[in-house]
Ligand binder design. Structure first.
Ligand SMILES: C[C@@H](O)C(=O)SC[C@H](NC(=O)CC[C@H](N)C(=O)O)C(=O)NCC(=O)O
Ligand code: NI
Length: 146
């Protein structure tokens, strides 16, 4: 068995692609337009996931855009999507410079949280840092600096 993707529904595809691609750095690897179902699927990959060796992208994010407007309310049972980055401070600074709020700053040099335009939570983890060292969010008062 192999993990393929996580699907999230988005209310504005252009706004979402600006966040996921221009700001988070993901790349569109596939798009499906479904006229009958009136929806668009866009598959996104992080740079190290675009070709993990088997010639097929793995660990993708699938955006579902329903052409007819819907209101989405996130269930408490959904937590976050996690990505690993080479330099968490540099990554978060670039997001801040692009106008993205860092909901949980990476003061511990290990973990940060941001949200997509639809409120999907993203955990950003520093490559090489053990997960056990991550301070729980609640203990990190968000002072807006790090
Ligand atoms: C391509 C494959 O990875 C899919 O996920 S297709 C699954 C299919 N998606 C849709 O029909 C998209 C439009 C639909 N209105 C929706 O918002 O999901 C599907 O069965 N979706 C149902 C689901 O619960 O994911
Ligand atoms: Ni899917």
């Amino acid at each position: 068995m192999r993990y393929l993707h996580t699907m999230v529904r988005v209310t504005d595809l252009d706004e979402s692609l600006d966040f996921y691609c221009n700001k988070m750095g993901l790349t569109e690897v596939r798009r499906i337009e479904n006229e009958a179902g009136r929806f668009t699927l866009v598959f996104l990959a992080a740079d190290e996931d675009t070709n993990p060796g088997e010639g097929r992208p793995a660990s993708l994010l699938e955006l579902t855009y329903n052409w007819d407007p819907e209101t989405y309310s996130g269930g408490r049972n959904f937590g976050h999507l996690a990505y690993e980055v080479d330099d968490i401070y540099e990554f978060c600074q670039k997001l801040m410079d692009a106008g993205v709020t860092i909901n949980r700053p990476p003061r511990d040099g290990n973990m940060a949280f941001v949200k997509s335009p639809d409120g999907i939570s993203f955990e950003i983890l520093q490559k090489g840092k053990p997960l056990e060292k991550a301070e729980p969010w609640a203990s990190m008062a968000n002072t807006g600096t790090w």
